[in-house]
Design a protein around this ligand. Structure first.
Ligand code: ADP
Ligand code: ZN
Ligand code: ZN
Length: 733
């Protein structure tokens, strides 16, 4: 007989420990296998994850006698091999204690959906089919707003993947009502062979110096800070070849694959079939296939987004995390992990080199590089000494600077766009706000369109005539009139990417204009398509949200316009200045990457704000100096660590009271250097039906306080209808 220790998918953190089960001899089971078990009085079986196997010659009654509690038999074993090897298992342990979260949550984050230790995995597909749907009729009578949104989407697209049409419940309702037909098609596997093989460029002197330092240096982690267009990608490719030739494997992390198709193409063009791609828009079947291919050792290079940091590669020689500063590396739900922290632990564990690349690294990373904790490599000029773009800042508070017919544009910007159009060069316009108008009010009675479920302003989207909440996802059709007084005089304040496109089309009727934001990129292939066509010169102007600012290489683009640089600055968060700086610097960096010199125009109401002036000059060092002083004065990272405690319950009073008690509890411990701020009411108080309060814990050294917080979570969670979550190293606060 075998005694198993099994982790279970139980919601309460107080049950975050292995439970004993028995397994008959002869049944093949081991650490890293999933088993089906019964727990307590729950009639439905749970999926568990085996963390220890001990053969025993005792009988069940003898064992129960020895342990002093009943021990049940497992129902069955689900896998015929180990899903996670020792290194990933011990990584999950280290991360659970760093992030103060249940270990099972990390195991679930590590595995693709059909292999997760969770009941949902049991029906996970293992064959590569994709479901598509098609519209059969389009009258909207009797449909809910979400259903109407899906119908309008399909009317435009003819067909799309089932999961892109809307949530499963919406699609099902539409099928039941006879609106949709769903059909399955064997999906196209990733066509790696389509990318022609390419030869590496010989490295420039500066690139070679970086390469040498990383391959022969003694540090574990290197910051590669290179201005936009300095050739970081070529360094990544050469480093990858170097470690591959030495029999090692490579993990290449990018913020989001569908927005960085170029990086994928570079890797495939150099390393062909050795490359596996892992990202969120793969179907579960595709993900399963790629995952298995990596686990079998058939892929030696993995390119992927956040969760690919858990790819089952063995013998890793190099981990690269490109665009280190991008926020999507942090998971914004439990377990709130950051791919960079995971990569640091993982590289240490496997003796791999870790390279963090960025033109605008986070202050935390840069500070560690300056302190010599990380190796510090720089590429301070563009390849072949191409100059950085020249920039001009336009003060939006001067009415004379603006175009009277469309006040979102300055005269200078329009002049320059005209000039590019006449020369056949491209323009990129950045506005970090999608939709048509950022809020709408009734001019007759003053009614403001707000979201009934969370209270934020609703944004009008003209393309499908829907009002949408950008915070919680609520949607409702817009019938053109005020719901209060039925007046048709609806005024739109603010503007979004959609409205910008409409004005541009009026100003430049013959220009080819494209838009890229998360409305468009909901259809996965669309984002890739647009960036590809932009690169090939098929558009003159590309308008988009921050997703166009990052990483793209558009050689024909010589002008970048930032329409409203202030969008992020007003957010009350210690990082808002840093994010605005890096967004502007990255956007400016899209200009002039090809043969011709680039230019940028930045429109703002804060023309002297350092985040804007220094961002315009791409002066990272200057910004770093200013902002480090602010962080020091406010005692924020990198001068301390943060943990955000989120307290939620179904009644606001309960959350308020629990938050006050927890705060008193923390302060009574008297940990040196630990501060607790709050309770604060978060910007969005009501989320997922829970009224929330937050406490911000600041600390210099995590040892005592983290253990204490872990205990607090274990004892408090679920008690009296109060839930407690912790976000360690929160990004925004
Ligand atoms: P970054 O990622 O630092 O913004 P990229 O890697 O996109 O910069 O490089 C910018 C441009 O320079 C690309 O078009 C790339 O092909 C080119 N490039 C990079 N390294 C070399 C090299 N050693 N020789 C010639 N061209 C290069
Ligand atoms: Zn009205
Ligand atoms: Zn909402």
């Amino acid at each position: 007989m075998q005694l198993l220790e099994v982790l279970l998918e139980l919601p309460s953190s107080s049950l975050d420990r292995p439970f004993d089960y028995l397994c008959p001899d002869g049944v093949e089971v081991g650490v890293g296998f999933r088993v089906l078990v019964h727990f307590g009085n729950n009639p439905r079986p749970l999926v568990g994850f085996v963390t220890k196997v001990t053969p025993t010659s005792l009988s069940q009654p003898q064992l129960e006698e020895e342990k002093g509690y009943p021990i049940a038999w497992i129902d069955s074993v689900l896998d015929n091999e180990c899903l996670l090897k020792d290194d990933l298992l011990s990584l999950s342990e280290a991360l659970a204690s760093y992030y103060l979260c249940p270990r099972i949550a990390l195991l679930q984050a590590m595995l693709p959906s059909s292999l997760k230790p969770a009941r949902s995995s049991l029906k996970g597909p293992k064959v590569a089919y994709e479901s598509y749907c098609e519209l059969l009729k389009d009258d909207e009578g009797g449909l809910t707003p979400k259903q109407i949104e899906a119908v309008r989407l399909l009317k435009e697209r003819k067909r799309c993947k089932k999961k892109e049409a809307g949530s499963p419940a919406i699609v099902k309702a539409l099928i039941d009502k006879g609106y949709l037909r769903v059909f399955r098609q064997e999906i196209n596997r990733m066509q790696l062979s389509e990318v022609p093989r390419s030869e590496p460029f010989p490295l420039t002197g500066a690139q070679q110096a970086v390469f040498n330092e990383i391959t022969s240096g003694k540090k574990e982690v290197y910051l590669l800070q290179g201005v936009t267009g300095s050739g970081k990608t070529e360094v990544y490719l050469h480093l990858s070849s170097f470690y591959l030739e030495r029999g090692k494997t490579i993990l290449m992390l990018v913020p989001e694959i569908s927005l960085t198709p170029a990086m994928v193409r570079y890797f495939i063009s150099r390393f062909g079939k050795e490359v596996a791609i892992l990202h969120s828009s793969l179907t579960p079947a595709e993900k399963y296939d790629e995952y298995r291919r990596i686990a079998r050792g058939e892929a030696k290079v993995v390119v992927g987004a956040r969760s690919a940091v858990f790819a089952p590669l063995e013998n890793i020689g190099l981990i690269i995390l490109d665009e280190e500063h991008v926020e999507s590396y942090k998971q914004d739900s439990s377990p709130y992990y950051h791919a960079r922290e995971v990569a640091i632990l993982r590289s240490r564990q496997s003796g791999a080199k870790l390279v963090l690349g960025s033109a605008t690294p986070t202050l935390e990373t840069r500070a560690k590089a300056e302190a010599g904790i990380y190796g510090f490599c720089r590429l301070d000029s563009r390849v072949n000494a191409k100059p950085l773009p020249t920039t001009e800042i336009i003060d939006l508070s001067r009415p004379s600077a603006l175009l009277p017919s469309a006040r979102m544009f300055s005269k200078r910007l329009i002049e320059k766009i005209k000039d590019r159009l006449s020369k056949g060069e491209q323009t990129i316009l950045l506005l970090n706000r999608r939709g048509y108008a950022s809020y709408s009010t009734c001019s007759s009675c003053g009614y403001v369109f707000v979201c009934p479920s969370c209270g934020s302003h609703l944004t009008l989207h003209k393309a499908d005539m829907m009002l949408k909440c950008h915070h919680c996802g609520y949607v409702a059709p817009f019938d053109g009139s005020c719901p209060e007084c039925h007046s048709p005089n609806i005024a739109r304040a603010g503007y979004g990417t959609e409205r910008v496109c409409r004005y541009l089309a009026e100003l430049f009727p013959s220009a080819r204009i494209a838009r890229l934001d998360s409305d468009v990129s909901r259809i996965k292939s669309e984002a890739e398509d647009i960036t590809f066509k932009m690169k090939g010169g098929e558009f003159d102007i590309l308008v988009g949200t921050q997703m166009i600012a990052k990483g793209h290489d558009f050689p024909l683009c010589t002008l970048v316009g930032v329409l409203l640089a202030d969008v992020g600055l007003s957010i009350p968060c210690f990082r808002s200045s840093e994010s605005s700086f890096s967004l502007i610097a990255q956007a400016v960096g899209r200009a002039g990457r090809g043969e011709r010199k680039g230019e940028a125009v930045i429109q703002t109401f804060n023309p002297t704000n350092p985040a804007i002036t220094l961002g315009a000059k791409q002066d990272y060092d200057g910004f770093f100096r200013v902002e480090m002083q602010n962080r020091k004065a406010g005692n924020y990272p990198p001068y301390c660590h943060l943990a955000n405690l989120i307290i939620g319950s179904n009644a606001a009073e309960k959350s308020i009271q629990a938050a006050a008690e927890i705060k008193a509890n923390i302060l009574s411990q008297g940990f040196p250097g630990v501060f607790c701020l709050g309770p604060l009411t978060p910007y969005f108080e009501l989320e997922g039906g829970l009224y929330r309060r937050e406490l911000l814990v600041k600390f210099k050294d995590g040892k005592g306080i983290k253990e204490y917080l872990k205990k607090l979570i274990d004892t408090l969670s679920g008690k009296g209808g109060v839930r407690l979550y912790v976000d360690v190293d929160p990004l925004d606060y």
